[in-house]
Design a protein around this ligand. Structure first.
Ligand SMILES: NC(=O)C1=CN([C@@H]2O[C@H](COP(=O)(O)OP(=O)(O)OC[C@H]3O[C@@H](n4cnc5c(N)ncnc54)[C@H](O)[C@@H]3O)[C@@H](O)[C@H]2O)C=CC1
Ligand SMILES: CC(=O)C(=O)O
Length: 303
């Protein structure tokens, strides 16, 4: 149950911390182009292990990734205030062309879990660079969590009892699939009506903006996001290690759309085990088609 994290900046280190606190794996190895950074993060996180899970945490070069079952890739630049995720494409694609073949060689059995942005386009690229590996991206797992959190606040219930999927790009064109949203098993609109809670257009618009613009707002306030994605990466990793068949909106190559994007998928030992096609309204489906086109167009710029 060994996991590697490549790129131990804010996202990679926070994912490693979450994996350690949750006891997701027995061994964790941190790798970065700055070995001192990886070593220092590993030391710091290792000090959380005796008071949490006992996970063995270390660092090393690429060779330390041998025997990993999952490698989380969070290497690369993050957004500056005002930048979109797609603006990161050129620099992070260059990093991936260098990093992914090395990771694939050192960790031949690993599922590669991509976090670096733009995550959908880089999931496609990593799939091409590591054709013998299972590859998936964190996709909209984080966005779906943001969506659920905001609905839960309005509904006044525990967010773990709220479900709902964000589909398509992890980015500006993402689709909040309201028709999939439920609270305690009820369609969200029915729940709100039954509880006499405000479910006006303005409330829904606020949830849309709060989900779609969350990253920009957090980056404006503290320059980066990392706690939400750290927990999401730990959750996806656990689904793979434990063959949990968890339903998560991860990103993966999707022949129907000709690109990697997020749909609800069953995640297990081989990464994506199956893809679910939710019944969407005509409006949601049109928005998903448009989101796929944004990603296809961005992918063409890369080719
Ligand atoms: N998928 C998602 O939902 C999210 C994705 N991200 C993305 O995660 C990525 C990382 O973000 P942060 O950790 O905030 O950035 P950061 O700048 O804190 O860390 C990036 C790390 O990558 C390392 N790195 C760069 N080139 C490398 C190479 N060739 N080999 C190994 N390591 C290398 C750097 O040394 C640095 O430690 C960004 O692309 C960011 O946009 C961030 C939040 C959410
Ligand atoms: C930065 C980013 O992709 C996010 O927080 O959603």
């Amino acid at each position: 149950m060994k996991v590697g994290v490549v790129g131990t900046g804010l996202v990679g280190a926070t994912a490693a911390y979450a994996l350690t606190l949750r006891g997701s794996c027995s061994d964790l190895v941190l790798v970065d182009k700055d070995p001192q950074r990886a070593q220092a993060e590993a030391q710091d996180i290792a000090h959380a292990a005796p008071v949490s899970s006992g996970t063995r945490v270390g660092s090393g070069g690429d060779a330390a990734l041998a025997d990993c079952r999952v490698v989380v890739v969070a290497a690369g630049a993050n957004q500056q205030p005002g930048e979109s995720r797609l603006d990161l494409l050129d620099k992070n694609a260059a990093i991936f062309r260098e990093v992914i073949p090395r990771v694939a060689e050192q960790a031949p059995q690993a599922v590669l879990l991509i976090a670096t942005n733009p995550v959908d386009v880089l999931t496609d690229l990593a799939t091409r660079l590591a054709p013998d590996h299972a590859v998936l991206g964190s996709g909209t797992v984080l966005d779906s969590a943001r969506f659920r959190h905001l609905i839960a606040e309005r509904a006044g219930v525990d967010a773990t009892h709220v479900h709902g999927y964000v589909l398509g790009e992890h980015g500006d064109s993402e689709v909040l699939a309201w028709s999939t949203a439920t609270v305690a098993g009820l369609p969200v609109a029915d729940f709100m009506r039954a509880r006499k809670l405000d479910w006006s257009e303005a409330v829904r618009a606020g949830i849309d903006a709060g989900t779609r613009d969350a990253a920009a707002a957090i980056i404006q306030g503290k320059r980066a996001t990392y706690y939400g994605i750290g927990a999401a990466l730990a959750r996806i990793t656990e689904a793979i290690l434990g063959d949990r068949r968890a339903v998560l909106t991860v990103s993966a190559p999707t022949p129907h759309y000709g690109v990697s994007l997020s749909l609800p998928r069953i995640v297990g030992a081989r990464g994506v085990e199956d893809t679910l096609l939710p019944t969407l309204t005509a409006e949601e489906q049109a928005a998903l088609n448009a989101s796929a086109e944004v990603l296809r167009e961005t992918g063409r710029q890369l080719a």
